[in-house]
Each structure stands twice: as structure tokens, then as C-alpha cells.
Design a protein around this ligand. Structure first.
Ligand SMILES: Cc1ncc(COP(=O)(O)O)c(C=O)c1O
Length: 482
């Protein structure tokens, strides 16, 4: 479909679907939200969904399903082994990616576990544009190291670079030469680079990076969890690709890699995941890990209903009218906030609108987790749940010292086909209010700090009584019932 144009307005993102099933939302009064965030240990992962107005924590497993996805669920074939649902899913993946061998897994991190167990050795390096939390945790759990080689410009908040997820090719080759290819477990390229603002990587950069890896006989892995956004950006931002269909671009990307894994909670809009493996021998070398950790090889821990929905979801993940929705709504929010002066990660990427919390709350030292504090403030001021993507989401260094994140972000995710434009306007409005009252926000500290993936389960407390003072100012502005 062509992009819909307005007569009197510019740049209004348009929903290319209509709503058929709804979930009622409630907005708790501010004083109740203050209690809820305290009970959640100032960790937005620990809030109950019923206490949230706008859940912008993630796009994982919370994208809206289409009528076609839902109806496909009815034909799910339940069998412990040999489910026809699995063969339909495998066939669709082979058609799209051109890879025959497929290992199902219950979600993206399960694929990361399997890949780490197969390839990571103590003190070996997994080289990547940028890490994702769970990918890194599985690598470091096995004694491996992560080397991030995203181009320096990728870590600059305000930019107009179209592909901030690109890897630095010179550093990549130098790193391989310096460490020796035998000390490299694999090259991992993450499409739609999550932790630096959902920023895409160009096809050309993927091509050159995988060529370098091949020259040194290093296994190439694509994390395709956020590929749908990345496909949209390649089509709309990479000049040499603009005449290719999304399906063609997908296939060209796929042809570059030995292994492609994905979270089906994102790519496929359902709940599950899997690993595509080009080489038969390599596939067999990982096969036994699936029944051991996931489930039998024809379901891998997934519900067959979800697998059927996902099989339709794969086709929707390469439909332009579907995959353009997220980036267009995100661009709208990012541009509006940027115009107001809020420090945003620009240009808007996929996945969500990202606020530079280091800049937003520049009076809070990074050791006091400004992005975590901003996530709590956003919940108090509007019932909006975002996700901290900064120092809290890092693991400590081997010597126990704090590893300060290169980007300290609050992510406001836009689950696909879920929120309307007026809801988006509400979020923009509340971020603006918070920006104007940012001096009221203070830092956080841990009172219970888990060793691994501490952002999921850690318990924190505010430094000082800033949540109460912030809530008071918010109530003065909007009234008791908001
Ligand atoms: C880029 C990327 N890789 C891997 C994962 C892990 O996937 P899952 O949440 O299904 O375990 C995610 C999830 O957010 C992701 O964004």
C-alpha cells in the first residue's frame, strides 16, 4: 500500500489495521502508583500489569496478533514427536531464509544458551556489533568474553546516521588478527541493535563484516530477533536496496550467515524461537542440546498453537505495511520529544523510543542508575512502564567493580500494532512534563543485588524522598485522580 497522505497535516503515522479485540486499561491514582513502585523494589519488571496504564516495557511476546495468526492456531497439531505444525513452520522458515535445518527453542535466550554451549570456550571472544543482555550472560557464564565493535558514532545519542548499529570493519579485522582466529568463538551481528536504541545495521556492513569473518574461517551468527525493523530501515534508508522487496532483502541477508537465531516473541509476533543452521554437520552438533534443555526436536518447548501463529507471523514480519508501523510511530514520538528539547536517541530506530537518561538526569551520577530512576519516575508520572537499558542492565566486571554502560537509556517500547496515536500523544505529553520537572528526580541504590541479570530481579531503594516529592508535584499539576 502507498503511504497515506493527509491534506492539512504532515508526518502523522497511520494505523494500517483495525482493532478487533481489546483489553481494558485502568489508570491508578498517583498515590497508589507510589505504593506500587515501592512494593516493586523500584524495579519496573516487578510491577503487576494490572497496575500499569501504558505498558511500554518491551515488544517481547506482547505484539498484537492478527486474525490470520489467531485462526491458524486452531489447526495446531499436538504431538510430542513429529508434529505437522513443526514441519509447516520449518518449511516456511526454509522458504524465507533458504536454510533447511532448524532447531526450535522456547525463546531467544534459549537459542543463545545452545549457541554458547556449542561454541564458547573459556576466555574466547564472541565478537559483535553490540551485546544483548541475555546473549552476553550465556557467553560469560561459560567463561567467554564479549567484544563490542559497533562504530563509535553508534554510541552518540543525537545523530542523523541511518545505520548506527554498523560494526567497525577496521577494528573487526584488527581484533581478529590481534587475538587470533582460534580465540574467537563467533561473529554475532544483532539486527536492530537493542541496547543502543533499536538502531539498524546496513546490508552492506553485514556483507563486509561476514566477509571478513569468512576470510578467517569464523562462524557467522545473525540475531534476527529485531530483523523486521531492520528490514524496514534497509528498504527505506539504504539507497542501493530501495528497489528490492523486503523478501529479497531478507534472503540476501540470510545468505551471508552460517547461523540465524531469533526470538519469536519479536520476529514472528508470537512466543517461541529457534536456530536456523546452514551446515548439516553443525546442525547435528547442536541437535542433542534441544531435547535436553528445551523439549523434543519438533516443538522445542513451544506451544504448537504459538508455532502455528508464528508461521503466519513470519509472513507478516516481511509485509511492508506491518513492519512500517513500529518505526513510524517511534519516529513520531522521537521527533516530537526531540523538538521539545528532550534528549532522545536519534534518529528514531525500531523497537521503541529511547531517552538518553544520562543527559535527561545529568545531576545523577551513573553509579546511581539514572535510567532506572527515570523508569520509576515515568511510572509515578503517568502509569507508563518503560525499561531501564543502562548500567543496571550491565553485569559487574570480573573484579566486582561497576561497569558503567556506554549508553544509559530509558526505553519506551512500542509493541507492534498495540497503541494508538492518542495513547502515543499521552506518553509524549507525560515525558515533556517530567522533563520540565527533572530536577525532582534522584538516584537509586541496590538493597538486593543478584549476580546475574540483576535488572530482572534486583530490589532497589530511592536515595532520599524524591519519589514522594515528585508525586506531590504531579498531583498539583494533574489532580488526585491522575
Ligand atoms: C536482540 C535480542 N536478542 C535476543 C533476545 C532474547 O529473546 P527472548 O526474550 O525471547 O529470550 C531479545 C529479547 O528482547 C532481543 O531483543
Amino acid at each position: 500500500m502507498p503511504e497515506i497522505k493527509f491534506y492539512k497535516k504532515d508526518n502523522i503515522p497511520m494505523e494500517m489495521h483495525k482493532v478487533k479485540i481489546v483489553q481494558q486499561l485502568t489508570l491508578l491514582p498517583t498515590k497508589d502508583r507510589l505504593v506500587k513502585i515501592r512494593e516493586a523494589g523500584y524495579n519496573t519488571f516487578k510491577l503487576h500489569n494490572g497496575d500499569i496504564f501504558m505498558d511500554m516495557l518491551t515488544d517481547s511476546g506482547v505484539n498484537a496478533m492478527s486474525d490470520n495468526m489467531q485462526s491458524a492456531m486452531l489447526r495446531a497439531d499436538d504431538a510430542y514427536a513429529g508434529s505437522e505444525t513443526f514441519y509447516r513452520m520449518n518449511k516456511k522458515l526454509t522458504e524465507l531464509f533458504g536454510i533447511e535445518y532448524f532447531l526450535p527453542a522456547h525463546q531467544g535466550r534459549a537459542c543463545e544458551n545452545i549457541l554458547a554451549m556449542r561454541f564458547v570456550k573459556r576466555d574466547s571472544y564472541a565478537v559483535m556489533n553490540y551485546h544483548f543482555t541475555t546473549a552476553k550472560a550465556h557467553i560469560t557464564r561459560l567463561g567467554g568474553l564479549v567484544e563490542e565493535l559497533v562504530k563509535e558514532e553508534g554510541l552518540v545519542s543525537k545523530s542523523d546516521l541511518p545505520f548506527k548499529g554498523d560494526i567497525d570493519l577496521v577494528r573487526l579485522e584488527n581484533f581478529i588478527k590481534e587475538k587470533g582466529r582460534e580465540n574467537i568463538s563467533f561473529l554475532r551481528i544483532e539486527a536492530g541493535t537493542n541496547l543502543i536504541g533499536g538502531q539498524p545495521i546496513s546490508y552492506e556492513n553485514m556483507r563486509q563484516a561476514t566477509n571478513i569473518a569468512k576470510k578467517y574461517n569464523i562462524v557467522t551468527v545473525l540475531d534476527a530477533s529485531l530483523l523486521q525493523d531492520n528490514l524496514y530501515f534497509i528498504k527505506t534508508r539504504e539507497e542501493s536496496m530501495k528497489d528490492k522487496s523486503i523478501k529479497e532483502i531478507l534472503r540476501m541477508i540470510s545468505d551471508l550467515f552460517d547461523i540465524i537465531y531469533f526470538s519469536g516473541r519479536k520476529f514472528g509476533f508470537a512466543r517461541g524461537g529457534g536456530i536456523l543452521v546452514r551446515d548439516e554437520e553443525m546442525f547435528h552438533s547442536m541437535e542433542d542440546l534441544v531435547p535436553m534443555f528445551e523439549g523434543f526436536l519438533t516443538y522445542g518447548g513451544m506451544s504448537v498453537k504459538e508455532m502455528e501463529a508464528m508461521t503466519v507471523g513470519f509472513d507478516e514480519s516481511i509485509e511492508f505495511d506491518v513492519i512500517s508501523q513500529g518505526p513510524q510511530f517511534i519516529k513520531y514520538a522521537v521527533d516530537e520529544l526531540d523538538k521539545y528539547g528532550v534528549p532522545m536517541i536519534t534518529p528514531g530506530g525500531g523497537l521503541g523510543a529511547h531517552i538518553d537518561a544520562k543527559e535527561f538526569l545529568n545531576h545523577i551520577p551513573q553509579e546511581e542508575y539514572p535510567a532506572g530512576a527515570l523508569a520509576c519516575a515515568m511510572y509515578i508520572c503517568g502509569g507508563i512502564r518503560g525499561m531501564e537499558r543502562g548500567t543496571l542492565s550491565e553485569e559487574r566486571n570480573r573484579d566486582g567493580s561497576e561497569r558503567l554502560a556506554s549508553m544509559e537509556l530509558l526505553r519506551l517500547a512500542f509493541p507492534r500494532r498495540v497503541f494508538t496515536l492518542s495513547q502515543t500523544e499521552y506518553v509524549i505529553d507525560r515525558v515533556k512534563w517530567l522533563y520540565d520537572h527533572r530536577d525532582l528526580v534522584g538516584g537509586l541504590r541496590f538493597i538486593h543485588e543478584p549476580k546475574t541479570l540483576r535488572f530482572f530481579t534486583g530490589i532497589l531503594e530511592p536515595i532520599g524522598d524524591w519519589p514522594e516529592r515528585l508525586a506531590k508535584a504531579y498531583i498539583e499539576e494533574f489532580g488526585l485522580d491522575q
